[in-house]
Write a protein that binds this ligand. Structure first.
Ligand code: MG
Length: 392
């Protein structure tokens, strides 16, 4: 595809729509190629003359010929296929700048680009769907009278962090309390302070009452404070160091709900009815590449840049965490962990340890032991929490 190159000078605007230009709207093209007037081309391509003028100005669909005197645009029949593709992509909602990038690509390359863009759209919709569900849930509960109080639930929890067998220091932070479960994996110079600052800031949410209705705002404010604290703790690339910051995967317990905050490649898993599910999405470049169909899961696992984060809490970057409400059931077991566990220990082994009969304390110890048996090249952090019946 790709628009035909224009020739002659063009004016920014000035084509009159619906200008009669001979039978069928066809205009002479120097006797070589049959050219269509903008009106005829608009009808044939199902794009409006106004859109055609805009796409010309943006370099997205250049007319085959522009009359140097009148400024009227003329299009070649061979441009119809590309124009119709542009019309379809606009109907899909693809931004103009993105469509322009498709201009010089052949079919398979253009197909890859559309697939990649669409994966991003679906990802964005998934995040917004979670946020919408959160708001719907939050607003429905607001006016609901507690005529059927649920049985009180509580969480039993344990946290363990370990430097591993290779790293000299531990830049991970792990915390479990009666209301907060958190794992953060710092990186770069000052990464250890950054992960500690992230967890410490969230710990403030454990103090005082936290009505379920204010959860979203409380979390949002906590995330803003956390970003500030991480920015203060982490070295900035402008200071001459490498970029520093932290991942953060945290769950806040309100007594009946768990709110999840997540950014980076630490993970949260849920064990429910024997099923073991990852409930967070890795914010890594290789994960995006898998989602976009550029590489396979197998290629991702061996990718040299698999640790590169697409999103993290760092100084100067405006990445925002995913925030979501997780429905809980008595009997649920949650695992939060840094990539030092999941990159060292196969998921089936993690699952078996989490599904074992041990309590949270034994389970975190077993998981860290598994990572150490696998060589523990990275810091390892685990938090395990069980939802049980009973008051706090
Ligand atoms: Mg790590």
């Amino acid at each position: 595809m790709g628009g035909a190159g224009g020739s002659g000078s063009r004016r920014g605007s000035g084509d009159r729509t619906g200008k009669p230009a001979g039978a069928g709207g066809r205009a002479g093209g120097g006797g070589e190629t049959e050219l269509l007037t903008i009106g005829a081309f608009a009808r044939a391509s199902r794009l409006s003359p106004k859109a055609l003028r805009l796409y010309d100005e943006l370099g997205l669909l250049t007319p085959a010929r522009v009359d140097p005197v009148t400024g009227y645009r003329h299009y070649a029949l061979g441009q119809l296929e590309h124009a119709r593709l542009v019309a379809w992509l606009r109907r899909l909602g693809m931004p103009l700048a993105r469509i322009r990038e498709l201009g010089g690509l052949d079919g398979p390359a253009a197909a890859r680009e559309i697939r990649a863009w669409w994966a991003g759209v679906e990802n964005d919709v998934a995040t917004r769907r979670d946020m919408a569900a959160f708001l719907i849930d939050h607003l429905s509960r607001k006016d609901a009278t507690m005529t059927h109080p649920e049985r009180p639930q509580a969480i039993r929890y344990a946290a363990l962090t370990d430097p591993g067998l290779v790293r000299e220091s531990n830049q991970d932070a792990a915390y479990a309390g009666s209301r907060l479960l958190a794992v953060a994996d710092g990186f770069g110079e000052g990464g250890g302070q950054a992960s500690a600052a992230a967890v410490d800031t969230l710990k403030e949410l454990e103090e005082g009452d936290l009505p379920a209705g204010d959860l979203l705002n409380a979390l949002d404010e906590a995330v803003t404070r956390t970003k500030q604290a991480v920015g203060d703790a982490a070295a900035s690339p402008a200071d001459g160091g490498e970029e520093a910051g932290t991942t953060l995967t945290a769950m806040l317990w309100t007594g009946s709900q768990l709110a999840l905050v997540h950014i980076g490649d630490s993970r949260a898993y849920l064990l429910r009815d024997g099923g073991f599910f990852q409930i967070t999405h890795d914010h890594t470049l290789v994960r995006s590449m898998v989602d976009e169909g550029r590489i396979t899961e197998e290629e991702a696992a061996a990718h040299p840049q698999r640790a590169l984060l697409a999103r993290a809490l760092t100084r100067g970057r405006e990445d925002r965490p995913d925030v979501r409400l997780q429905n809980v059931r008595t009997g649920d077991r949650y695992l939060l962990c840094s990539d030092g566990l999941t990159s060292a220990v196969p998921e089936e082994q993690v699952r078996d340890a989490v599904a074992g009969t041990g309590g949270p304390q034994e389970t975190v110890a077993e998981l860290v032991a598994l990572a150490r048996r696998s060589g523990a090249p990275d810091n390892v952090s685990c938090v395990v929490a069980d939802v049980v019946e009973g008051a706090l």
